[in-house]
Design a protein around this ligand. Structure first.
Ligand code: HAM
Length: 423
């Protein structure tokens, strides 16, 4: 006998006790995204590896350490997607979505893959929801995208979160800031972790994002990007703040929000779960004005965000919030004897064809009492009970499980719409 095979590390099954919550949450996201004028896009789960290397950035943790990369039978280098933005941009370019000259507003839902160290709230396969708005550099849209996220979380009933906002500047002003950071960190080199030592040369802003305690403490006194913004970036940042004020979205400016992907410029933000210390980023996003051209498309400014469903569900469970209801049957068939089972098989199918949610345990041979217990446990509204006598008389008993009222229904004439039998 060979041993049993377990689920891969960092993944999980969504069992029926949870899956209805996922359905409900996805529905909430679809509905709100549509209200804001976003349309769904579905892209493949794997893409050319290069897309992410160029899009997300060679020196990021995602590319350096976390890619699920593989070579297919024809030697192509592919990767399971670690995020959705690069894929959406690839599709935007490939399908010439810029051609009509309008804004393009897309949303997506789906699994993403990162080979990270698993822990609560951090998985190797996780599920993201995201929106991307392409075609405008107006700070109004930064605020619109951010306010969408705030609206989404608020609609779900969440209270324990905070929006942290920053601007990471542009290609003109950001190098000056990098210089200031490099200078600041020179004196701390002996105290930095190995990753941070590399970051000084490759990607100094990522020094601010390090989770190692010592590096975190050092980052507290580092220069702030906000002080290095050029006029254009500063004005845009002020406008984003102004629009957010108008939209009644509260935020704190956090100059340490730099984001872990290379494509960002100007606005960067995260919604933080204030009930947690670790893995507390509910969702994050920002502006990425150069990604479309970097991936071979026309110059197209853009902004977007994505969040993880797992962290959202954890946050909602912690605040005891409603996430849909476990599906329950309207009717529960209870039968004794072969004849009853066979005649119920027919009417059960008729009810189902009339959109009634029915449970029928065909092989069950236990007492009516035991079956009634199961009907109550399944939270059914009614039990339809047919014993041997009823089968002979061609009748069935309808029992309302909420009121315990019971009546006999004759089955000699079944109306075209069988649901009429119930009312
Ligand atoms: P990200 O910050 O890498 O951004 O991921 C967004 C969200 O996905 C995180 O805030 C978190 O909720 C969730 N997440 C990330 N990694 C994991 C993981 N290993 N396990 C569970 N949840 C995770 C992006 O992916 C960008 N594409 C967002 C974006 C869209 N920016 C512009 N447009």
């Amino acid at each position: 006998m060979e041993g049993k095979i377990n689920i891969p590390r960092g993944t999980y099954d969504i069992l029926p006790q949870q899956s209805y919550k996922w359905h409900w949450l996805k529905d909430q996201f679809h509905l709100l995204a549509n209200k804001y004028g976003f349309q769904e896009i579905v892209t493949p789960i794997f893409e050319a590896y290069q897309l992410f290397e160029r899009g997300v950035g060679k020196d990021t943790d995602i590319i350096e350490k976390e890619m699920y990369r593989f070579v297919d039978r024809k030697g192509r280098s592919l990767a399971l997607r670690p995020e959705g933005t690069a894929s959406v941009v690839r599709s935007y370019i490939e399908n010439h979505m810029h051609k009509d000259g309008n804004l393009t507003k897309l949303y997506y839902l789906g699994p993403m893959f990162r080979y990270d160290r698993p822990q609560k709230g951090r998985y190797r396969q996780f599920y993201q929801y995201g929106i991307e708005l392409l075609g405008s550099k107006s700070p109004y849209y930064d605020a619109e995208v951010i306010s969408f996220a705030d609206h989404f979380l608020r609609n779900l009933g969440l209270k324990k979160y905070r929006l942290e906002l920053n601007s990471i500047g542009c290609a003109d002003c950001s190098p000056n800031y990098d210089k200031a950071l490099i200078e600041y960190y020179q004196g701390y080199k002996p105290q930095l972790c190995n990753d941070c030592l590399k970051r000084i040369d490759s990607n100094p802003k990522r020094l601010l994002d390090c989770k190692v305690e010592n590096c975190k403490t050092i980052s507290h006194k580092a220069p702030s990007m906000i002080d290095y913004l050029d006029d254009d970036c500063r004005q845009d940042f002020e406008s984003v703040c102004k629009f957010l004020d108008q939209m009644n979205v509260s935020y704190t400016v956090n100059p340490r929000i730099v984001r872990g992907l290379d494509y960002y410029n100007k606005t960067a933000f995260e919604f933080i779960n204030t009930g947690l210390k670790t893995q507390n980023a509910l969702l994050g996003g920002g502006r990425y004005d150069t990604l479309v051209s970097m991936l071979g498309g026309p110059d197209t400014p853009a902004i977007g965000l994505a969040g993880g469903f797992e962290r959202l569900i954890d946050a909602m469970e912690a605040e005891n919030l409603f996430m849909g209801s476990y599906p329950k049957p309207t009717l529960y068939f209870i039968t004794v004897g072969e004849e009853a089972k066979n005649s119920c098989a027919k009417i059960c199918s008729l009810f189902r064809k009339n959109d009634i949610n029915v449970e029928f345990d065909f092989e069950r041979n236990s007492s009516i009492k035991a079956q009634l217990k199961s009907a109550v446990k399944a939270n059914a509204d009614y039990a339809l009970i047919m014993g041997e006598d009823e089968a002979h008389q061609n009748t069935i008993n309808l029992k309302n499980l909420n009121t315990s009222e019971q009546r006999v229904i004759s089955l000699t004439e079944i109306p075209e719409n069988i649901t009429e039998l119930l009312f």
